[in-house]
Design a binder for this molecule. Structure first.
Ligand SMILES: [Zn+2]
Length: 287
């Protein structure tokens, strides 16, 4: 296993092209680590057949940046929400600003929003208040929700259950929880987003037997880049920055867990994402 500089040349890890065009439903492309070479990152994604990226907006500033990226680059779309870590800043002015962003054609989901009782950067009470308000915004706009949940499965299920008839769809992104939580979400007719967490033998392998329990029409894939670099890559990447071009490696791992081909797996997740985010079909064209 060699060490490769992702910015200097294309290492083996980047040369794996998916046979189906893929949708990365969670790419934090407004992160400062992409500040210098975003265009190259997007080109590499397209070369790897990751033709569509949903850029995560986690507060007003990042959501606005996500919208302008989506405006600038074909194949990019944005979400707009307040992350549970930042829930303490929620107020009426932010709610109004969010509603304005949700009306933009580039915005395809409300979020990232939800509950994170693992780190509690905002108090659980503040998180619930901000999430509740964003559930209301999703109900008003009709947009699907892009949900973050960590160590808050039970409360998340209660809140989503209370709102289920009002909201259209919701995806629990970067699902890492247990079987009961998964079935609770599936019972609520929710979608599930899987990341490279599943490739992590130290903490993610409990997910492997669960992957086959998720119906293909509810399963989507995401890098959550620049975080969560998958551990199944053939080369060690200097800097360890994750990026959308590596999504096929996550699809490969999930396909292996389910015992189906990468092509079928990729095509199914793309179809599901296209329906969920109501993406125009031309967004999946080849580059
Ligand atoms: Zn998240």
């Amino acid at each position: 296993m060699g060490t490769a500089y992702i910015d200097d040349f294309l290492p083996d890890a980047l040369q794996f092209r998916s046979s189906a065009p893929l949708v990365d439903i969670g790419a934090n492309l407004t992160h400062e680590s992409f500040g210098r070479d975003l265009e190259a990152v997007i080109q590499r994604a397209q070369a790897a057949h990751v033709t569509t990226m949903i850029v995560t907006g986690t507060d007003i500033q990042h959501a606005e940046q996500a919208v302008s990226l989506a405006h600038r680059f074909p194949g990019l779309y944005a979400t707009a929400g307040i992350h549970p870590h930042d829930a303490s800043q929620w107020n009426n002015a932010i709610a109004a600003e969010m509603a304005r962003l949700h009306a933009r054609p580039e915005v395809v989901a409300v979020g990232e929003c939800g509950l994170d009782f693992n780190r509690n950067f905002s108090t659980p009470r503040e998180q619930e208040r901000a999430f509740e308000a964003q559930l209301a915004l999703a109900a008003e706009s009709g947009l699907p929700l892009f949900v973050h949940e960590r160590d808050a499965g039970q409360r998340m299920r209660e809140m989503l259950h209370a709102w289920r008839d009002e909201i259209s769809q919701a995806v629990v992104h970067c699902f890492t929880a247990d079987r009961d939580t998964l079935f609770g979400y599936l019972d609520l007719d929710l979608h599930i987003g899987l990341t490279g967490w599943i490739c992590d033998e130290r903490r993610g392998h409990h997910l492997r037997p669960l992957v086959g329990e998720i119906p293909l029409d509810r399963l989507m894939v995401e890098t959550d880049c620049p975080y969560l670099l998958p551990r199944n890559l053939p080369a060690k990447l200097k800097g360890r920055r994750h990026e959308p071009a590596l999504l096929p490696w996550i699809v490969r791992e999930i396909a292996e867990c389910r015992g189906i081909s990468e092509a079928d797996m990729g095509a199914a997740t793309t179809q599901t994402a296209q329906r969920f985010f109501r993406l125009p079909t031309e967004s999946l064209k080849e580059y």
